[in-house]
Write a protein that binds this ligand. Structure first.
Ligand code: UDX
Length: 452
C-alpha cells in the first residue's frame, strides 16, 4: 500500500483516485471546492460516469479513499502526488497550464518527504520538465522531488472500465527511482506497462488522440466523397475494417468528433508544431474536416428547405456522444444556434444532457426562434417538419423507422449518426439523409395528410 494524493477531482483525477483505492492504495483526493468535497464524502460524483459512485462508496467505507480541501496535509504525507487538473484550450489553441502551476506551487510548499509528482493531465511535450524545475524552485523543505508523466486514455462514459482495464499504462520518467515507484503503484492493475522518457510519454498521449481524431476525419472525408460517387460509407468501413493494419474501430463516419479531448488535443499539437516552426499538415486537415462536418447536415437541410422559419424541428441528442452529460464541442452547439437564428421552433430531446443544454439555451424564445425540451423522443417528433439526429443514444436508436413516419408532419430526417438502414427508412416512406450514403426519398405523400 502506498500513500497517494490526487490533485483535482474531475474526470481524470477522481477516476484515477477511486481506481487506485480499488487497487488497495490509500488515496487522498484534493479539491479547492468545499461543496464538491462534501458531495464526494457523501458518495456523490460530480460527473456522470458508469460505476463510479459504487466504487466511491465502497472504497470510502473501507477507509481507502478520502476527500479534502486541505492540500497541505494531503501532500505532506504522500509518497506520490498525481495531478489531474484541467488544461483547457486557450483562444489560440494552446493549453492553459495555470491550474497545473497552482498545484505545483502548493506541492512545493507542502511536501516534507521525498515525493514523486505524476502528471496525468494532458500537457504539451516538454511541460513536465518545466513543472519539475518550478517545483524545485519553490521547495520549502530539503527533499527529493521528481516529476513523471503518466497520461491516461479513458473515454467519458466508460472511464472506470477504461482505467481498470486499460490496454496499456504509459509511464514517462527520468530516473530508475521514479520508474520503480510507478511500476509498484501500477502492479496491482496487472496491465502492460510501457516505460519511456518523459517527453515521449507526453507525446504518446497527443499522438494517440490525434491519430484517432485523424481516423474519424478521414472517414468523414471519405463519406462525403461516397455520397458524390454513389458508394456507401458503412459498407466501405466494413470492408476496410477487416484489415488488421487498419482495425475495425473508430471508423464511424458521422457529425464530427466532439468532447474534451480530440478537439483540444488536435489544436494543441498543431499549435506546438507551429511554435517549433513546423506545420503539422495531417492534423490540421483533420481539424478542418471536423469543423465542416459539424454543420454538414444543417447545410444539406438548408438547401432542401426554403426556410426553417416557423418550422418545428426535432433535435434528437445534444451531448457529444452517448453515456455522458457532457456538451463540450458537441455538434448540437453549432446546429441549434443556427436553427434558432433561422427562426425554427426547436424541440430538443436528450436523456441526460438536456439540463446542461438548457443552462446555455433556456427554454423559450431566442430571437426569431424558440426552444423547448421534451422528455421523450416521440414527443419531439410529434408534428415536426424536420428531424436532426445528433447523438446515438439507445433511446433514439430504438425508435422504429415507422415512428418517424407516423409522428412527424413531414417525415424528413437528417441523421448524423447513421442509425438506420436506408432501405428501412425507404420502406417506412421517410425521406432520410445520412452521412456517406444515398438518401431515401419519399415515394408517396404522407397518407394521413391526404386523408386529412
Ligand atoms: C477520447 C479517447 O477515446 C480517449 O482515449 C481519450 O483519453 C480522450 O478522448 P472521449 O472524448 O471520451 O475519449 O470519447 P470517444 O468515445 O473517443 O469519442 C470522441 C468523439 O468522436 C465523439 O464525438 C464521437 O461521437 C466521435 N466518434 C468516435 C466518431 O465520430 N466516430 C467514431 O468512429 C468514434
Amino acid at each position: 500500500m502506498t500513500n497517494l494524493a490526487v490533485a483535482g477531482t474531475g474526470y481524470v483525477g477522481l477516476v484515477a483516485g477511486v481506481c487506485f483505492a480499488e487497487m488497495g492504495h490509500h488515496v487522498t483526493c484534493v479539491d479547492i471546492d468545499e461543496d464538491k468535497v462534501n458531495l464526494l464524502r457523501d458518495g456523490i460524483s460530480p460527473i456522470y460516469e458508469t460505476g463510479l459512485e459504487e466504487l466511491m462508496r465502497k472504497n470510502y467505507a473501507a477507509g481507502r479513499i478520502q476527500y479534502t480541501t486541505d492540500y497541505q496535509a494531503a501532500y505532506r504525507a504522500a509518497d506520490a502526488i498525481f495531478i489531474g487538473v484541467g488544461t483547457p484550450e486557450q483562444p489560440d489553441g494552446s493549453a492553459n497550464l495555470s491550474y497545473i502551476a497552482t498545484v505545483a506551487r502548493q506541492i512545493a510548499e507542502s511536501i516534507e518527504q521525498d515525493c514523486l509528482v505524476v502528471v496525468k493531465s494532458t500537457v504539451p511535450v516538454g511541460t513536465n520538465d518545466k513543472v519539475e524545475q518550478f517545483i524545485r524552485d519553490f521547495l520549502v523543505h530539503d527533499v527529493k522531488v521528481e516529476v513523471a508523466s503518466n497520461p491516461e486514455f479513458l473515454a467519458q462514459g466508460s472511464a472506470v472500465h477504461d482505467t481498470l482495464h486499460a490496454e496499456r499504462i504509459i509511464i514517462g520518467t527520468e530516473s530508475a527511482w521514479a520508474e520503480e515507484l510507478l511500476r509498484r503503484i501500477y502492479a496491482p492493475f496487472q496491465l502492460p506497462i510501457v516505460a519511456v522518457n518523459r517527453r515521449s510519454a507526453e507525446m504518446i498521449k497527443y499522438a494517440s488522440n490525434d491519430f484517432l481524431a485523424l481516423k474519424i476525419s478521414y472517414m468523414n472525408d471519405i463519406a462525403n466523397l461516397c455520397e458524390l460517387v454513389g458508394a456507401d460509407i458503412q459498407d466501405v468501413a466494413q470492408g476496410m475494417g477487416y484489415d488488421p493494419r487498419i482495425g475495425n474501430q473508430f471508423l464511424n463516419a458521422g457529425i464530427g468528433f466532439g468532447g474534451s479531448c480530440f478537439p483540444k488535443d488536435t489544436k494543441a499539437l498543431a499549435n506546438l508544431a507551429s511554435q517549433h516552426g513546423y506545420e503539422l499538415r495531417t492534423v490540421q486537415s483533420a481539424i478542418r474536416v471536423n469543423a465542416d462536418q459539424k454543420t454538414m447536415l444543417y447545410k444539406k437541410a438548408s438547401k432542401r428547405l426554403i426556410t426553417f422559419n416557423g418550422l418545428k424541428v426535432a433535435v434528437l441528442g445534444l451531448t457529444f456522444k452517448p453515456g455522458t452529460d457532457d456538451l463540450r464541442e458537441a455538434a448540437s452547439l453549432e446546429n441549434v444556434p443556427l436553427l434558432l437564428e433561422q427562426g425554427a421552433e426547436v424541440h430538443a430531446y436528450d436523456p441526460v444532457g438536456a439540463a446542461n443544454f438548457a443552462r446555455l439555451y433556456p427554454e423559450g424564445a431566442h430571437g426569431k426562434g424558440s426552444i423547448r425540451y421534451v422528455s421523450d423522443p416521440e414527443e419531439a417528433l410529434t408534428e415536426a417538419n424536420v428531424c436532426f439526429i445528433l447523438t446515438e443514444w439507445g433511446e433514439i436508436r430504438q425508435l422504429a423507422p415507422e415512428a418517424y413516419h407516423r409522428l412527424m408532419r413531414t417525415p424528413l430526417v437528417y441523421d448524423g449518426r447513421n442509425l438506420y438502414e436506408v432501405a428501412q427508412m425507404r420502406d417506412a416512406n421517410v425521406e432520410y439523409h445520412s452521412i456517406g450514403r444515398e438518401p431515401s426519398l419519399r415515394s408517396r405523400v404522407k397518407e394521413s395528410k391526404i386523408l386529412g
